[in-house]
Design a protein around this ligand. Structure first.
Ligand SMILES: [Zn+2]
Length: 286
């Protein structure tokens, strides 16, 4: 599609179009930022988890840099990384990239809406295990960046080290594509998880009532971020707490968690956090 778009255009025109796309993305992100700030400020007035937490809380400006960095820079690498990671499997299975786009095998013969439901359930299962993997001693240094927010709100969801972000996307999307699912539901699943993650990090006391065991809520995920020993290594699921219930990591008391962050030292600034995993050579004590 991209090739067809560039067909017959001069390099200067391409650069201009690229510039315009980037500018549009930038303004789109600013508008989304404003809308989400307003939305969660209003919701937080009615259902706060931590009462009186300011919008300009600790780490706010660092997370603003992530808000622009993650979609513009990190996400540009995700399709490339997925393509490269899938390459040996593509060759081994004798698949063509065009086949991957449409899907292959018995799963791809189902209607796309049904594949989308299966991608959601299976993707969340894979997401549960990638998240547990990033809590292991070797990978924690990358995931520690995400857990370093001591005042948690919706914006904390974007504080993710690129190695963590690209790695988690690979672990989830490559198996789905190799199994034969159509590329569209797999590609749409990634932005869905981003928006869901924004909601579950928000400073809201929502536990979704009778659906508390069915779908992840802010109460569920905020316990995952607590600094308190009682919530350590609990609630890994992205959207379906079922996996935590099955594998014994579910934890959701009726009260709200109050202390967040990690014991390991973490720089406050964006560049310091980018470099932190490479500097910290000794894994944290469990
Ligand atoms: Zn985590």
């Amino acid at each position: 599609m991209r090739r067809a778009r560039w067909k017959g255009t001069k390099p200067k025109d391409r650069a201009l179009t690229h510039h315009r796309d980037l500018l549009q993305q930038f303004f789109g992100l600013l508008i989304a930022f404003g809308a989400l700030t307003l939305l969660y400020a209003v919701l937080g007035r009615f259902w706060p988890s931590v009462r009186g937490q300011r919008i300009l809380r600790r780490g706010f400006w660092t997370d603003c840099v992530y808000w622009l960095w993650t979609p513009i820079v990190t996400r540009a690498f995700v399709p490339v990384a997925v393509g490269l990671a899938a390459l040996p499997l593509v060759l081994f299975l004798g698949l063509h990239y065009a086949t991957i786009r449409q899907g292959h095998g018995p799963l791809a013969t189902q209607p796309v809406w049904l594949q989308a439901i299966e991608v959601f359930i299976l993707g969340d299962f894979l997401g549960y295990w990638q998240h547990r993997l990033f809590h292991s001693a070797h990978l924690w240094r990358y995931h520690a960046v995400h857990h370093s927010s001591s005042e948690l709100d919706w914006l904390s969801s974007v504080r993710i080290h690129p190695v963590n972000d690209v790695g988690s996307k690979l672990i989830v999307s490559v198996p789905l594509l190799v199994l034969g699912f159509n590329l569209t539901p797999v590609a749409l699943y990634a932005p869905f998880t981003t928006f869901y993650a924004i909601m579950v990090h928000a400073n809201l006391s929502w536990d979704l009532g009778r659906f508390r065991f069915v779908f992840a809520s802010p109460a569920f995920h905020r316990w995952h971020h607590t600094k308190a020993a009682e919530g350590q290594d609990k609630n890994f699921a992205g959207a379906l707490p079922l996996w935590d219930l099955i594998f014994g990591t579910f934890y959701m008391p009726r009260r709200q968690p109050t202390a967040f962050g990690i014991d390991d030292p973490m720089p406050e600034g964006f560049i310091g956090q980018m470099l932190a995993p490479f500097r910290r050579l000794t894994p944290p004590s469990p």
